[in-house]
Design a protein around this ligand. Structure first.
Ligand SMILES: [Zn+2]
Length: 378
């Protein structure tokens, strides 16, 4: 199924999901962007003693995590190629089930992996049990397939790893009986049954489990959602797909298997920087208090802004706090593009991160959306 994040529940979003460009909910934010906050000018915030835990990445970041393939298909564990575990779209191209700008001639972004079944019942329905990739906590269960193009889905968060990524398991035929939000689950524990549920239509012969690993942008998603005036209620709370930003599960798993990384801290640290930007703001986003492992250096005293590295998908994977002096030349609440890898951005057409007006770069629609969510920019 295409565009899982974009047509979450609204007609507006459904329309966006069929657009040729993978940008989601891009309308009408660019022009107002620099009006930004209503915070006092030149305000700075003193990071108190209570946040000293942000100074050092947790010890867990040095450890090798344990992670399991979330379906019964042994192909990945056996080292077989992705065509042995991926479910293509109607195009039939195996790459269309991978993560990235893999659809519609590279113009459409797919934010996870589509994993195919290995066994079916007499009616052709998958029998594959879906299991937790890591120990975690059930954060969201959507058992009303019509309310999301993820269909029936489960979101786990993994406080035992650092950063505490989420994993998401979508298009399920049923949720495991007894599974409840707030429950602890162990790696390998059943979450449900593979299916093809969606608010759109996934034919049974293309049944699959859409699997994501990523970071959640904000604890205050409802505020942004209301501001965007989508015209229908947000039924998924902070676990709406628009608030979840996936990274490439295959890239992580392959690096992990090859012992090139042992955990997500190392993985995120090694992502390729496509955009570096500065935000002049006194705000301390909950994103970085939830994911302190993404800090490149400790928060120590006054924060006047942030320098942030984003990968080619716009994921803000590395954060450096700036002193008020370091942003002295910037207007309060403004954004500055420090550098960009134009070749990388050009080759990844499923996202629009940078726009250039009169030779001067500014955030494109997808970067704007991320910054709006993370910094509560309005
Ligand atoms: Zn998918």
């Amino acid at each position: 199924m295409v565009g899982h994040k974009k047509s979450q529940i609204t007609r507006e979003a459904t329309r966006v999901s069929t657009a040729p460009i993978g940008a989601r909910n891009t309308s009408g934010c660019g022009q107002n962007y620099f009006r930004a906050f209503s915070w006092p000018k030149n305000s700075v915030v003193l990071i108190g003693l209570g946040l000293l835990s942000l100074v050092a990445a947790p010890l867990a970041s040095a450890q090798r995590i344990e992670i399991s393939w979330p379906t019964p298909n042994p192909a990945w564990a056996q080292g077989k190629g992705y065509e042995n575990w991926v479910q293509p779209t109607a195009s039939g191209e195996s790459t269309s089930g991978l993560f990235g700008s893999v659809r519609s001639n590279g113009t459409q972004f797919h934010e996870g992996l589509d994993l195919k079944p290995v066994s079916r019942d007499a009616r052709g329905e998958p029998r594959d049990e879906i299991t937790a990739a890591m120990d975690g906590i059930v954060r969201n269960i959507n058992s009303h397939p019509g309310e999301s193009n993820y269909g029936r889905y489960v979101v786990l968060e993994h406080p035992g790893v650092s950063p505490a990524v989420y994993t998401l398991y979508a298009h399920l035929a049923r949720i495991e009986p007894g599974l409840r939000e707030g429950m602890t689950v162990a790696r390998g524990q059943a979450l449900g049954l593979m299916g093809h549920s969606s608010n759109g239509n996934i034919p049974v012969d293309r049944a699959h489990m859409h699997f994501e690993i990523g970071l959640r942008l904000t604890d205050h998603f409802a505020s942004w959602y209301g501001w965007k005036k989508f015209g229908s209620p947000n039924l998924q709370g902070n676990y709406n797909g628009m608030n979840l930003m996936g990274t490439d599960p295959r890239e992580f798993l392959e690096k992990w298997r090859a012992h090139r990384v042992d955990n997500f801290t190392q993985y995120f640290a090694g992502l390729h920087e496509a955009v570096r930007l500065r935000v002049a703001t006194s705000r301390l986003p909950d994103f970085i208090t939830r994911y302190p492992a993404l800090l490149r250096q400790p928060i120590n005293g006054l924060v006047g802004g942030w320098e942030i590295s984003c990968d080619v998908t716009g994921l803000p994977f590395a954060w450096t706090p700036l002193t008020p002096m370091q942003v002295a030349g910037m207007r309060p609440d403004s954004i500055e593009i420090v550098s960009q890898d134009t070749a990388a951005l050009r080759s990844f057409r499923g996202k629009s991160l940078i726009r250039t007006h009169g030779g001067r770069p500014s955030p494109g629609p997808d970067l704007n959306t991320m910054l709006q969510l993370v910094f509560s920019l309005r």
